[in-house]
Ligand binder design. Sequence first.
Ligand code: ZN
Ligand code: ZN
Length: 330
Amino acid sequence: MGEKQSRSSNRYSNRKRSSYGLRSSNRNKSSFGLRSNDGSSDRNSNSHRRSDRNKDRSGHRRVRPGSLLTELLYPLRCPMCQRVLPPSGSDPALRSWRGLVCGDCAKHLPRIREPYCLKCGKELNDETEEYCPDCAAGTHFFTEGRSLFRYEKDLRGSILRMKFHNKREYLDFYAAALQEMGGPFLKRTGVRCVLPVPAHPGKTRERGYDQCLLLAEKFCQRTRLPLLRNVLIRTRYTVPQKGLGTQQRRANVRNAFALKKDFALTEPVLLLDDIYTTGSTIDACCRVLRQNGIRTIFFLTICSVRAGDTEGMELPDETTARKAPGGFVR
Ligand SMILES: [Zn+2]
Ligand SMILES: [Zn+2]
């Protein structure tokens, strides 16, 4: 097993132990798995693991995560153009987004610029408008939301590779981007906890991972916001949203989510997802939250389609992505 893989699976299992992902204040401690619900029994096993963690079974020194050697053996690639990034010898989980993308792509990221909808954050075509048609019609249940990028070109390929082709190493870049570029939004809204939009367990099993949960883990590690895992849960399998109109999408995800019983949430909450299209999934989550008395709900996603772009809405779909291994559908 590659160092990178074992490193991420260790981290995952260590964090999984903490109750609802409420992280300890000491980042190093939690990433070395020192923290547990009861604390005591783990501490011994972990101190043992810690002394051995740089050695393999035969006692040979292992390559340290984030070391120059690790990067030479398992080079990081640009999540946009897939070129190998020059090794820097620092842990990707601690780098800024600029250190996780190539220089060319950093300059040409399709960042969402003004004018954007003041409610859902979609980029608008008309400078004189403040809201997209959906938000102007007042059809959403969330308070406000933002996305970082337009879902187009290289970014679309990157997201599809991450979602359906196991490119989990891109998550460090996206988590860093969400923290840094989304920083002003997070600060202004003062969100208190993070709820990842849950994938259906069947889909997670099929793919082998829930990319949104992994993204939320990395995001919360960086922002130090509490991650509430398995609090918002998916209760029903939904058909892919591709090819469905807004009304059909709403019907498709309605009642697909539930909130863990008797769990007290601290407002305002932040829903985290990868793509925002019609907002039907976010709205379905909000409906459940509101039924449970939560009123202030923000969302943050990696990307969104431009207001009125129905073509983009068709793309975030598993079957389409599988037909195109490179992730490009056009
Ligand atoms: Zn690049
Ligand atoms: Zn809007």
